[in-house]
Unconditional design. Structure first.
Length: 49
């Protein structure tokens, strides 16, 4: 097993690649349209860095 550093472009070509953790922060508009679980996930993502 090994690891290799990839650029963002290289990583985006991999099957299953997801940039969820790079998304935009939770906005006031999101809070009115997302369900509780969606808000929880956005807050978790935004605060884990």
């Amino acid at each position: 097993m090994g690891f290799q550093s990839l650029t963002a472009d290289e990583a985006s070509t991999l099957p299953g690649f997801n940039d969820y953790l790079e998304g935009k922060p939770l906005s006031a508009q999101d809070a009115t349209t997302l369900a509780h679980a969606g808000i929880f996930h956005r807050v978790f993502r935004d605060r884990m860095r």
